[in-house]
Ligand binder design. Structure first.
Ligand code: G3P
Ligand code: MG
Length: 251
């Protein structure tokens, strides 16, 4: 089906929410991003031991919660008993790990666009993708409001096989020379790549191939301005407040 806005997230995408100002991958971080004016968010999704899709960047709980050990060994109940706010600041004490389902409900309600990054613990691609598909089958955002990505090729294979109609992005650090084939393999509509590997020439080539370019992670407004001058379609940032203000003329 023809959808010109497919994969369009807008220019400012709050990375793990407004993660420079609130604990990453929590509703507090998404609400903060929205309050600051961001209308797109990126977040990382893994799975609980009982098969529920939840938000967490790391395989292990230590950095962003008061728990320890692998996320995938804990049930949803155990995960949601953890405090994922205090590590960031006392004002966020009692913040809970959100389910994918709850975050999608919030995004749909607010009209916020979403980049769902599948972040499976290696070896747990199948249950992670199954849990995500489970949620998306019951509440599919409109075709131009969701882009699914993963660094993990097996997760991309599994997801593309299950949900061919959902817009996908090719997520990579360095951009391999065969990016065209890799994007085609999963029907990707956008290239999501690491800031140091972007050039104006790359942006031109990706656009010529009919795809968007989204760059992570950009917190310096001068760099964001340069990327926008090259035609970059969107940047992931921990500080949507700074970029929305300093790059107002570029948006
Ligand atoms: O999806 C873009 C970016 O979030 C990828 O890196 O480690 O922040 O998930 P990371
Ligand atoms: Mg991410």
């Amino acid at each position: 089906s023809y959808a010109p806005n497919r994969g369009c997230l807008g220019k400012i995408i709050a990375h793990r929410g407004a993660s420079g100002l609130a604990p990453e991958n929590t509703l507090a971080a998404f609400e903060k991003a929205f309050a600051l004016g961001a209308r797109a968010v990126e977040f990382d999704v893994t799975v609980s031991s009982d098969g529920v899709a939840v938000l967490m960047h790391d395989d292990d709980l230590a950095r962003c919660s008061d728990g320890v050990g692998p996320v995938i060994l804990k049930s949803l109940t155990q995960l949601q008993a953890l405090d994922v706010g205090s590590w960031f600041g006392p004002e966020f004490a009692g913040e809970r790990i959100p389910t994918l389902s709850a975050v999608l409900d919030w995004a749909l309600e607010q009209g916020v666009k979403v980049n769902l990054e599948i972040k499976p613990t290696a070896g747990w691609e199948q249950p992670t993708v199954a849990a995500i598909v489970d949620v998306l089958q019951n509440k599919t955002p409109s075709i131009d409001a969701l882009v699914v990505t993963s660094f993990n090729a097996l997760a991309m294979d599994l997801f593309a096989g299950r949900m061919p109609d959902v817009a996908k992005g090719y997520l990579t650090d360095a951009v391999p020379t065969d990016w065209r084939q890799r994007m085609a393999q999963w029907g990707c509509v956008a290239l999501h790549c690491h800031d140091p590997f972007v050039s104006s020439q790359l942006v031109q080539s990706v656009h010529d191939a009919g795809h968007r370019v989204h760059v992570f992670t950009v917190n310096d407004p001068a760099r964001a301005k340069m990327l926008f001058s090259w035609g970059v379609d969107g940047v992931f940032t921990d500080r949507p407040d700074v970029l929305l203000k300093e790059c107002a003329d570029d948006l």
